[in-house]
Design a protein around this ligand. Structure first.
Ligand code: CO
Length: 285
């Protein structure tokens, strides 16, 4: 077994998106800050309604998947196909935009805390123009596993392998074969997990800090793991840690991104913009 080290730290930067929602962006803050197949990770966390009330009004996507994981708060999701989804605390919406979706995500609260994550996961070339698909995952469909070393793990995608027990999450069978685990660890708790040596992986620390193979990953930062090893090991700092562990099969395809469109070539991007302007983006295939 070879344990992975940390190759680089991507400290989240404060930015805003949608109609002015304040958020922290780690992966995706620049083209160099991607980790195939992961394109972007945003963390939103605020007790101030002015930071989130404007929401994310109608906007398009093509060519990838968006994964919204709510910790606190309530958002309503609606799209051009008439799908409506309630995003409540502990729920996940896994949206595969495929050839095109136009949707909105709007807060359903005027006070209190809004907290969660949005991950962008790339699709392979042969799936970029498939029909859009949703998986709305209720909080009780996400297994929460008590860890022998202290703390708990929630398994959103892939299979958690901890304490000689395999726990599958609700998302399985994607080409990128993602692992998405949310860990809450008390001070000093150690955690280890096998990884496929050919998958890319990172941790994102949202509270506290962790040490991965002697390398500290601070709060609001992604620690990108060096390639090649078949295991990750980390320990929570003196304040404990809330940390996401993500891994996936790299696609090794060219990426051309223009805002919410992620394709393989410039011509496909021009087509996506044209299709959005003409309405073809949201017409059935
Ligand atoms: Co969106």
């Amino acid at each position: 077994m070879t344990t992975r080290t940390v190759e680089r730290i991507i400290q989240a930067i404060s930015t805003s998106d949608g109609a002015g929602v304040k958020l922290r962006r780690s992966l995706g803050q620049s083209e160099a800050a991607r980790l195939d197949p992961f394109l972007l990770l945003d963390e939103f966390w605020s007790d101030d309604p002015n930071d989130y009330l404007a929401g994310f009004p109608n906007h398009p996507h093509r060519g990838f998947e968006t994964v919204t994981y709510m910790l606190d708060g309530h958002m309503l999701h609606e799209d051009h196909l008439g799908n409506r989804g309630d995003l409540t605390p502990g729920s996940v919406q896994w949206m595969s935009a495929g050839r095109g979706i136009v949707h909105s995500e709007m807060p359903q609260q005027t006070q209190g805390r809004m907290r969660g994550f949005q991950l962008w996961l790339n699709l392979p070339a042969r799936e970029k123009m498939k029909n859009p698909e949703y998986r709305d995952i209720a909080p009780d469909a996400i297994p929460a596993v008590a860890l022998a070393g202290g703390g708990r793990a929630k398994v959103i995608a892939g299979v958690l392998q901890a304490d000689r027990k395999a726990t599958p999450g609700p998302i399985q069978g994607l080409t990128t074969d993602p692992l998405y685990v949310d860990l809450d660890l008390p001070a000093g708790a150690a955690f280890a997990h096998p990884l496929r040596a050919d998958h890319n992986a990172f941790v994102y620390v949202t509270e506290g800090s962790v040490t991965v193979a002697g390398h500290a990953v601070p709060t609001h930062a992604a620690g990108v793991l060096a390639p090649g090893g078949d295991r990750v090991e980390f320990a929570a700092g003196t304040d404990g840690a809330r940390v996401l562990l993500l891994a996936g099969r790299p696609l090794r395809e060219p990426i051309v991104q223009h805002g919410p469109f992620v394709m393989n070539t410039r011509d496909e991007i021009i087509q996506a913009i044209r299709d959005y302007q003409s309405g073809a983006l949201t017409r059935a295939a």
